[in-house]
Design a protein around this ligand. Structure first.
Ligand code: TTP
Ligand code: MG
Length: 358
């Protein structure tokens, strides 16, 4: 197979990745950690390892997945704190809610990163670069955390690019820059190329995309089989993988965490009235062939306990939310409310419809 001469790059993919995610959440919620080396992980006396650390700690060589004992040798004044998974999950949902303002085509890879296909998005005059900037600004203003982004016509390049201006930056690879980008690309940067593979590739004199191009398709597939095929593709700027979203969402909703907790019915109702038009817009985007089955209210209290109330309805209207809200508030028991959301349940697609989609 020869080098492809004409490739059509007609997609706009954004990869968003939070900066030192768990550590950033801890620094946000406890300003005493600001400016100090901080890691999240298990204690050294129980052979703990680190999940991650902030950028101050990285200056000392501390890294994710490092044993806590080793990290403390590199950086004796490192603060090591246990993680708070429920908070990270909540923040992750909030980030996804911000993504969903721009597109439905969201593929989360983990709590802190996702691919977005913004090819058909109309915001920011359709500029993926500006959409990425907007998303990062919303994350910073609303969640007080920073994210980095990569923008490219292919998934794997968008992912590599989100690392290039980290933290709190973004990097764009335009369609006409892809060829130059992959030629110079160190193979170790390609997602899925692990330590063992890279040693093997280096031993064969393969270090960057241009080396792979020279090596040739037949030899690569002979040596590496299926992996050789994908490596050849990546080195030629080919990545046909679409952004895979949940095919059949069971519900569509909107939620908001308040900048200060609220307590009274009127405040909650005002928030719901404000959220309602956006829920209508999101439902219209999804509805086409789907039927509404129920409406619901989600409420999270200051102690992080959560409750939902839902009833069967066959269409989206504002009025039923009054009753749902009243029922949710009956479970308040004097607690303040930190988050409120409204959602619509959807009937699952029938099997035959699903088959015809494939
Ligand atoms: P990453 O995005 O890999 O790392 P990060 O967000 O901490 O830092 P960066 O700025 O380089 O993106 O992972 C996201 C979260 O996943 C991280 O905050 C903690 C968790 N994690 C682990 O628990 N174990 C691991 O080995 C890694 C790499 C991450
Ligand atoms: Mg990250």
């Amino acid at each position: 197979m020869n080098t492809p001469t004409l490739l059509l790059y007609d997609r706009k993919i954004v990869h968003v990745d939070m900066d030192c995610f768990y550590a950033a959440v801890e620094m946000r919620d406890n300003p005493a950690f600001l400016g100090q080396p901080l890691a999240i992980g298990g204690p050294s006396d129980r052979r703990g390892v680190l999940s991650t650390c902030n950028y101050e700690a990285r200056k000392f060589g501390v890294r994710s997945a490092m044993p806590t004992g080793q990290a403390l040798k590199l950086c004796p004044h490192l603060r090591v704190v246990p993680g708070r998974m429920s908070v990270y999950k909540e923040v992750s949902e909030q980030i996804r809610e911000i993504f969903s303002r721009y597109t439905d085509k969201i593929e989360p890879l983990s709590l802190d990163e996702a691919y977005l296909d913004v090819t058909d998005s109309t915001q920011c005059s359709g500029s993926a670069t500006l959409i990425a900037k907007d998303i990062r600004t919303a994350i910073e203003n609303e969640l007080h955390l920073t994210a980095s982004a990569g923008i490219a016509p292919l998934k794997f390049i968008a992912k590599i690019a989100s690392d290039l201006n980290k933290p709190n930056g973004q990097f764009v690879v335009r369609p006409d820059e892809v060829a130059g980008f992959v030629e110079k690309l160190a193979l170790s940067k390609i997602p899925g190329v692990g330590k063992v593979t890279i040693r093997k590739l280096h031993a064969m004199g393969l270090r960057c995309g241009a080396d792979v191009q020279e090596f040739g398709h037949v030899a690569l597939v002979e040596q590496f089989g299926k992996f050789g095929q994908s490596l050849w593709e990546r080195a030629h700027g080919i990545d046909p993988r679409p952004v895979v979203t949940t095919r059949d969402p069971k519900s569509v909703g909107i939620e908001r965490t308040f900048s200060r907790n609220i307590r009274h019915f009127d405040e909650c109702w005002a928030a719901i009235v404000e959220q309602f038009p956006e829920l209508e817009r999101r439902l219209a985007r999804k509805l086409e062939d789907r039927e509404v089955t129920k409406l619901g209210v989600k409420m999270k209290f200051a102690d992080f306990q959560q409750t939902t109330v839902e009833h069967q309805y066959d269409r989206l209207e504002l009025e039923p939310f009054q009753q749902l809200l009243t029922q949710a508030m009956a479970r308040q028991h004097a607690r303040e409310i930190r988050l409120l959301g409204i959602y619509v349940g959807l009937r699952p697609k029938r099997k035959t419809e699903q088959l015809s989609l494939i």
